[in-house]
Design a protein around this ligand. Structure first.
Ligand SMILES: COc1nc(N)nc2c1ncn2[C@H]1C[C@H](O)[C@@H](COP(=O)(O)OP(=O)(O)OP(=O)(O)O)O1
Length: 197
C-alpha cells in the first residue's frame, strides 16, 4: 500500500514523491492568512558554495543564499534571475534550476514566507559585494577547506538550514517547513526529499 502524502500546511504545489528526512518540535503548526513569496539562490561548484553575509534588513548578520521578494507580476524564476543575475545582490549570471520549496513562519511576523530555492552549478560575472550582501565561498568537503574557504558557517545561518542545505549539496530536490517562536528558536519543523518536473 502507498503511504499517504502528508505535507505540512502551506506547502502547496508539490506533486512529486515525498521522502521525509527530518521532523520534530511541538504538535501544532502556526496559522497565517498572509503569505509572501520569495526566492533564494545558491551557486555550488568545485566542492564550494557561495553564500552572502546579509548586511542589513531581515536576516542581518547571517549567511544565506541570494534572493528576495517577488515583485508584482513576476514568477519565482524571473525574480531569482533579477535578484542574482541582474546584479541586485551579488553581480552573478548563472543558469538557475529550481531545487526546493520552503515555507517558514515566525510568531514575530505578520506573514508566512513561501520560498522557491534555486541552484546553479556554474556562473559567469564578477562576484561583487553590494550594499546588501557580502559574498563568500565556503567549503562543502573537508578536503576543500582552507583559511580562505572555511566550512559552511551553520552557527551564523538560520537554524533550519542544516536540514536542507545538505540535500541541496547532494543535488536532491527538497521541500520543508519550519515555524519559529517569538524567542527566535525553531518550534516545529519538517523536511523531505522530493522531485520537481
Ligand atoms: C526563517 O528561515 C529562513 N531561512 C532561510 N535560509 N532563508 C530565509 C528564511 N526566511 C526568509 N529567508 C530568505 C528569503 C529571502 O531569500 C531572504 C529575505 O529576503 P529579503 O527580506 O532580503 O527580501 P528583499 O526583497 O530583498 O527585501 P527588501 O527589499 O525589503 O530588502 O531570506
Amino acid at each position: 500500500m502507498v503511504p499517504p502524502r502528508t505535507l505540512p500546511p502551506g506547502l502547496t504545489g508539490i506533486a512529486g514523491p515525498i521522502k521525509e528526512t527530518h521532523s520534530g518540535g511541538v504538535e501544532d503548526w502556526l496559522e497565517f492568512d498572509t503569505v509572501k513569496y520569495y526566492t533564494n539562490a545558491f551557486i555550488v561548484e568545485d566542492s564550494r558554495i557561495l553564500l552572502g553575509y546579509k548586511k542589513r534588513g531581515f536576516g542581518q548578520d547571517m549567511y544565506n543564499g541570494f534572493g528576495g521578494k517577488l515583485e508584482p507580476g513576476e514568477t519565482a524564476a524571473q525574480a531569482a534571475v533579477r535578484e542574482l543575475e541582474a546584479r541586485e545582490e551579488a553581480g552573478i549570471v548563472a543558469p538557475l534550476k529550481k531545487c526546493g520549496v520552503l515555507y517558514f513562519t515566525s510568531e514575530n511576523k505578520d506573514h508566512a514566507f513561501y520560498i522557491d530555492v534555486f541552484i546553479a552549478k556554474e556562473y559567469t560575472g564578477n562576484i561583487s559585494e553590494t550594499d546588501e550582501m557580502r559574498p563568500k565561498w565556503f567549503a562543502t568537503t573537508a578536503e576543500s577547506e582552507s583559511a580562505d574557504q572555511p566550512p559552511i558557517p551553520y552557527s551564523l545561518m538560520w537554524e533550519e538550514d542544516i536540514y536542507w542545505i545538505p540535500l541541496l549539496l547532494a543535488d536532491k530536490s527538497f521541500v520543508g517547513r519550519a515555524d519559529f517562536g517569538a524567542d527566535g528558536n525553531m518550534r516545529k519543523w519538517w523536511f523531505a526529499e522530493t522531485q520537481f518536473d
